[in-house]
Design a protein around this ligand. Structure first.
Ligand SMILES: [Zn+2]
Length: 248
């Protein structure tokens, strides 16, 4: 089913005021915004406080943060250290509903980078879908359908990641990346990706860690960025002999 397809529902005079793009959601990061957009489809309008190219660590919320929070129906946070900067603006005033994902995703201590594990991402998308259905009760069926389609793509990503890594598993199991935000990838797949200070050597190409690429690029979405990373990781583990390009 396409995300664009309307979901069957009542069309009588009791039609809800809610509709396309009317549920305003604010997220801390662009990756999280992409997940929420996929769970919410066209009924939600999502704004990321940290722009897609910007590094969220030590982000300082700007003047627009308070206004964005004030207008929102829901704020969705990663949880953990990465968007802790949102706590103060939220204390000063924010939407009635907040969804903090990390505590519900089998956290690795305070590490926020759970999106590096597509299985945890599936759980997160279900939590977002459920929360959207609470905020916008009449959209529950729509969110169910939108999230189901995306969850299927996430399951396929996880399957293909497992297959690609199984093919190179014996070669080498530790690679060095430019960022130390890959503990959840290691937790899921057993491939150790350590930060620049923890190991010698280099990956050669950078991984998409906390940001997304420009619209129109292959890294513009979570799925695309993860797939690109996987290709880089498989090439690094196989000394350039194997490639992997998951169909997402
Ligand atoms: Zn990070």
């Amino acid at each position: 089913m396409s995300l664009l397809a309307p979901v069957a529902g009542g069309c009588g005079s009791d039609r809800p005021q809610r509709g396309e793009g009317t549920v305003q959601v604010v997220t801390s990061t662009a990756t999280l915004a992409d997940l929420v957009q996929n769970a919410g489809g066209r009924r939600v309008e999502v704004q990321s406080l940290v722009p897609r190219f910007a590094y969220p660590h030590d982000w300082r919320p700007g003047a627009g943060t308070a206004a964005a929070l004030e207008d929102a129906d829901l704020v969705v946070m990663l949880g953990g250290e990465l968007d802790a900067w949102l706590a103060a603006p939220l204390e000063r005033g924010g939407p009635a509903r907040e969804l903090v994902l990390l505590p519900q995703l089998d956290p690795l201590a305070d590490d926020s980078h759970w999106w590096q594990d597509p299985v945890r991402v599936q759980r997160a998308v279900k939590l977002v879908r459920n929360e959207l259905a609470r905020v916008d009760v009449d959209g529950a069926g729509y969110y169910e359908a939108a999230a189901a389609e995306y969850l299927e793509r996430l399951r396929r990503l996880d399957d293909e990641t497992g297959s690609c890594l199984a093919a190179v598993r014996s070669a080498r199991e530790r690679i060095v990346a430019q960022h130390s935000g890959f503990a959840y990838f290691t937790d899921r797949y057993g491939i150790e990706i350590v930060g620049p200070r923890a190991g010698r050597g280099a990956l050669g190409r950078r991984l998409w860690a906390d940001t997304l690429g420009p619209p129109g690029s292959r890294a513009e979405s979570y799925l695309g960025a993860f797939a690109l990373n996987l290709g880089v990781i498989v090439r690094a583990l196989s000394d350039g002999e194997r490639s992997c390009r998951p169909r997402v």
